[in-house]
Design a protein around this ligand. Structure first.
Ligand code: CA
Length: 399
């Protein structure tokens, strides 16, 4: 079995009603994913995803103009040496960002191929699942532009959206903070806790919006409101700031979505910067590296909860890895969130997540099921792929 063709598809999906939404870092106009398809000479196809919340045109260029020559002709069963070759090649210029996004897309597709060749899901090839389902949390409570002018409206929208997630069966919810003045975002957080009730898990994600002093103030509010984690309070470069903040707060800190590979994650762990590690498989190195990051985190007794904000391909990949995260610490009867992972289930409008994969993903109780079909365990809807594809490239035979 040899890889004889690499294709990639830039997918762009407009938002429902043209309604933009914002995090602390800016507005989202549309949803974008770069989906990768590897084909083999015996007719198998594997799917991957490269990059998250980023421009992907240069990832696609790197994949075809640089990596393709190194990937074509290779045996998908030998994904480990190939990963090291691709990483080693880019070590002097591409240990993070676009180069690693491309490697991640290839690696996820290799695992999908290997699973399909064996007729088994990725988690079975990786050693077997700890669980069949993983507790999901809704990611939402983004801002609307009118929130900047109408704080009372912003607070009312938090209440209404949180009520929706409760009605849908979620028992955990993550909301955005960091865009409004502190006192106004604190009102939103208080409203979230009040609406969700005491038994609900709630988390807050600042997308690195705060100075240290502001992060302490917000963190003290999260402590008072019993939030389950405080995500990316500070810029990712400020590891000493994270370590100092951890010492000041009760609420656990979560981060790592922009970080790559075992080496980047090791810096977070050794720097005592985080309680919960959040690798994104489409950026941090794919499933191969995801396994190593999980092992690394277990050595520090830190939970891993994947960052998941892409198409259905990376949702499936992250579910496969989530099957493989050992309980931290081991207990005879593990529970989420005490020692079981949580799973990020983005609830903003995104047909690339909901429609690209046949059947989509839906809650079973408060959980998502780990797909059990071969490879990633999902089928791509070709019509949906075609509908949203704005740029296709191909390398290799039949290109
Ligand atoms: Ca985040």
């Amino acid at each position: 079995m040899r890889i004889d063709r690499i294709e990639s598809f830039i997918l762009k999906a407009p938002l429902a009603g043209g309604q933009r939404f914002l995090s602390s870092q800016g507005a989202f106009q549309q949803r974008t994913s770069l989906v990768v398809r590897l084909s083999t000479d015996d007719g198998l196809q594997g799917w991957g995803e490269a990059g998250v919340s980023m421009p992907v045109e240069h990832v696609q260029a790197y994949l075809h103009d640089v990596l393709a020559a190194r990937v074509l002709g290779r045996d998908p069963e030998a994904s480990e040496p190939l990963w090291h070759e691709l990483y080693g090649f880019a070590r002097d210029f591409g240990r993070k960002g676009a180069c690693m996004a491309a490697v991640s897309g290839v690696d996820i597709a290799l695992w999908d191929l290997r699973g399909k060749a064996a007729g088994r899901p990725v988690h079975a090839l990786m050693g077997g699942a700890y669980r069949e389902r993983v507790r999901a949390y809704a990611t939402g409570l983004y801002y609307r532009e009118e929130d900047l002018r109408d704080v009372d409206g912003a607070v009312a929208r938090v209440r209404a959206e949180a009520q929706q997630y409760v009605a849908q069966g979620f028992t955990a919810l993550k909301g955005k903070i960091g865009l409004l003045a502190l006192r106004d975002d604190i009102r939103r957080l208080e409203t979230l806790r009040e609406t969700a009730g005491d038994r609900f898990l709630v988390m807050a994600d600042a997308n690195h919006a705060y100075t240290f002093a502001s992060a302490v103030k917000v963190g003290q509010v999260l402590d008072r409101l019993d939030f389950h984690w405080f995500e990316e309070p500070l810029v990712p470069e400020d590891l000493p700031g994270y370590a100092a903040l951890r010492r000041k707060l009760v609420t656990p800190l979560a981060a790592g979505e922009g970080e790559c590979t075992r080496y980047g994650m090791l810096d977070l762990l050794r720097g005592e910067a985080v309680d919960i590690l959040q690798p994104d498989l489409a950026l941090s190195g794919g499933l191969s590296e995801g396994q190593k990051i999980v092992t690394l985190a277990s050595a520090f007794q830190r939970p891993v909860c994947c960052h998941v904000w892409g198409s259905g391909v990376v949702v499936a990949a992250a579910l496969q890895l989530s099957a493989m995260i050992p309980p931290v610490p081991y207990t005879a009867c593990p529970h989420a969130p005490e020692n079981e992972p949580l799973f990020e289930f983005d609830r903003t409008h995104n047909p690339l997540r909901d429609d690209l994969v046949e059947g989509g993903f839906s809650l079973v109780g408060e959980d998502l099921a780990i797909p059990t079909g071969p490879g990633l365990g999902v089928k791509i809807d070709q019509q949906v792929l075609d509908r949203f594809c704005v740029a296709r490239r191909a390398s290799g035979d039949r290109a």
